[in-house]
Each structure stands twice: as structure tokens, then as C-alpha cells.
Design a protein around this ligand. Structure first.
Ligand SMILES: C[C@H](O)[C@H](O)[C@H]1CNC2=NC(N)=NC(=O)C2=N1
Length: 95
């Protein structure tokens, strides 16, 4: 079971992420040129998430993807969320 580090500790190591109100979780909205680019991002993240067995909460409308990350098993933010957030930041770059 991963150790809870908390949203604030995670934010100190990430760019463009925020603490979710009333919950130990982090969130970010990714914006792309169009739906296909957003979907390609989601597809790349889906492969990574499955490999990690650590899955995002997300909501897509056209070119935007709202992402919330938390570790449900730990009831808060863990190292797994920082790893997945960093992967998302890299995957979004250049799409
Ligand atoms: C059984 C399975 O390993 C767990 O349910 C995994 C799946 N994906 C998960 N994803 C997230 N974000 N948090 C979890 O605690 C989690 N647990």
C-alpha cells in the first residue's frame, strides 16, 4: 500500500496542478488543439495507468480533459499520483 504524502507535497513537485477543494486530491485541466489530440493523450495515459494499475478520474469534452488524481486505497495523494501526473505533463507536451 503506497504511503499518503498529501496534495501539498505533490504540488511542490509539479507545475500547473491544484489541490481539490475538500478532498486530498490534485487536479489539472489539459487543453489540446482538437478532440483527436485530446484522445491521443488519453490513450497514451490509459496505457500507462493500466501498466501502473493506477487510474485517473477524468472528464473529456472536445479538446479539454479535466483530470483528478488521488490514490483511493490510501484515501489521498501518494507517490503514484506524482508519477502519473508527471507522465501526463510529458504526454501533453507537443500534442
Ligand atoms: C485492485 C486494484 O489494484 C486497485 O483497485 C487499484 C486500481 N486503480 C487505482 N487507481 C487509483 N487512482 N487509486 C487506487 O487506489 C487504485 N487502486
Amino acid at each position: 500500500m503506497p504511503q499518503k504524502i498529501g496534495a501539498e507535497a505533490a504540488l511542490a513537485r509539479l507545475k500547473g496542478w491544484s489541490v481539490v477543494d475538500g478532498r486530498d486530491a490534485i487536479e489539472k485541466t489539459f487543453e489540446f488543439p482538437d478532440f483527436k489530440a485530446a484522445w491521443a493523450f488519453m490513450s497514451a495515459v490509459a496505457d500507462k495507468a493500466d501498466a501502473m494499475d493506477h487510474h485517473p478520474e477524468w472528464f473529456n469534452v472536445y479538446n479539454k480533459v479535466d483530470v483528478t488524481l488521488a490514490t483511493h486505497d490510501a484515501d489521498g495523494v501518494t507517490e503514484l499520483d506524482v508519477t502519473l501526473a508527471s507522465f501526463m505533463d510529458d504526454a501533453a507536451r507537443g500534442r
